[in-house]
Design a protein around this ligand. Sequence first.
Ligand code: ATP
Ligand code: MG
Ligand code: ZN
Length: 678
Amino acid sequence: MMEELEVIDPQEQFQEFFKTEKYRQRISQMAVTGKTSLTVEFEALLAFDRELAEEIPESPEEYLKHANNAAYAQLQIEDPEYADKIERVTVRVVRLLEAALLRKLGSAHIGKLVMIEGIVVRSTPVRPMVMQAAFRCKRCGTTTYVKQTGPFLRAPFVCSDPSCRRKGPFDFIQEESTFIDSQELRVQERPEDLPPGQLPRALNVKLLESEIVDVARPGDHVSVVGIVRAVAPTLPRVGKLRAFNLHLDTNSIEVLGKEPETALPSPEEEEKILELAKDPWVHRKIINSIAPSIYGYNHIKEAITYLLFGGVPKPLPDITIRGEMNVLLIGDPGTAKSQLLQYVARIAPRGLYTSGRGTTAAGLTAAVLRERHGGMTLEAGALVLADKGIACIDEMDKMRPEDRVAIHEAMEQHTVSVAKGGIVATLNARTAILAAANPALGRYEPHRTVAENISLPVTILSRFDLIFVLRDVPEKEADRKMSEHILEIHRKGVSPVEPPIPMELLRKYVSYAKGIKPVLTDEALKRLRDFYLAMRSASETEGSPIAITARQLESLVRTAEARARAALRKEILAEDAEAAVAIMNRSLEEVGIDVSSSKIDIDIIMTGKPKSLRDKLQTVLSTIMEMEKETGMVEKIALLDELDAKYKISPVEADRLIGQLLREGTIYSPREGYLKKT
Ligand SMILES: Nc1ncnc2c1ncn2[C@@H]1O[C@H](COP(=O)(O)OP(=O)(O)OP(=O)(O)O)[C@@H](O)[C@H]1O
Ligand SMILES: [Mg+2]
Ligand SMILES: [Zn+2]
């Protein structure tokens, strides 16, 4: 007696699944949205029929075809009219149980359906791709249709007319061919998934059909489900290579929320976090936990603390005010700038360390690149990849000329706009920046202005909320303590200072705090307003060196917000405002003392010169122009005399001013000892 075998038809099983309430509804809605695809949550299918679901990743080609057919059959029941119109349905599976690690993809995965999560670093524009090409025979005029698969357009082998059968030549007939939208993305491992010290890996992802192209832009975090393919690269005249390249043929793509991993803290961790927040010395503790192996720099570590927590962005109906802070460290060689940056990149929830040149062709902002086969791709730079995180930019003064232009927009508006090679896009770059740069003259010259000391334009400098100078000056007591500290590290191989808060807890604490949106109390607001108005009015009375601008006021608010967040407070108290004012003062002092009047003067940052200096430069220039009228060019000795006699500018100072005008190119020296305005 033979046992009756139940023949299982996968298509019928799928259709059973599509008859469940949720999917029936989705299918009957397809006509309304005009879609031809049906999204299926893998987990739902798994719950419905485990065995069937598990076949999909294993034999995706076959099982997705069954699923498509089943969905179409069900559509014929739900909405026969629409079914007739669209002719087929594509099932798109989303949210597999587990994401495959990009760096682990290999030959074992070829032909399998996997899900990868990563960040889009590159995208091509959407291009029509021919699926079925029509060719007209030049001899007999018959049209032959050829299904297209590979990367190159294939003509028919012979004419399809039985009485012709000749090998062409053929004309490609565009109007009779069928096209489908296509796009290629490059998806890279997220910075947070990267093993320490490793370069990120990336995978090409191919998208076909209008419903999945143009869904994601560079900088977006995506989850892609697709079939792993291996294709041999072809070398011209040589043939195909034996080592294949992997790519993904996309079945579905979803743009993920852009918030960095907010892995909820465990109850014990949350308890620790809340307890820490209650500590009256919480700020001090956090500051002391920042890079404890680096000696000193307490004010810089304080600024880094505020940078980590960040202020609250204000998306107003008309404009958006950034919440993220930008901090710049200008410093002599060997003053631990790179070390600080690398530390921050490690601890920040979405930290990224890069040099000014960037690690890719896209540099800091973005670039339009020409591909090997002639097409254009848009590639995201560091600031776009660090969207919603912190970009630590070392050697910022050495950034690419294109970035120098584009970074203005990135730093204030938090977007990167690109319009080149047919690609027009605006990418998000809501990134806090911690930047480092070396002085232009090798060492920081305290008698020169910040702008003179660094080869960055003042328009970029003024976009930093806080700027600090790290100078390497021999100083007995400090040198002794620091050398002890460093030698201790080398002797023991461990930090002599244990951080009060372990790094792992601090990172969780920062993530946790980011959820808080503190608001200004009346006292805090009054404190900030008073400081701002006092600085402004000081400028008014004394022949107006402009001490502070609206930009600094916004920086103060951000700093105060960050400080409140660091204590997990929803209210910004007077003490937060005080601390913001204090650190702002410190930063202004470091970069902005008007050497000649000892007044804080934001003009140094904004224009590169203190007001008094600008006045003096103007005086020198007008004197030169005055004297030129008489002599054509001006003898330097005569100029020095004139300036001393008329304006009490000493020859030493005048010499320096002249030097600066020469460097700026406002004047030049037509002949040794003579000067002339350009
Ligand atoms: N204050 C400090 N405490 C501990 N170590 C320090 C300190 N200052 C410098 N060092 C040590 O000096 C070395 C050089 O530091 P780093 O490479 O970060 O300097 P840098 O400021 O980036 O210099 P450059 O401008 O040349 O790039 C590092 O090993 C660092 O640990
Ligand atoms: Mg360095
Ligand atoms: Zn023919």
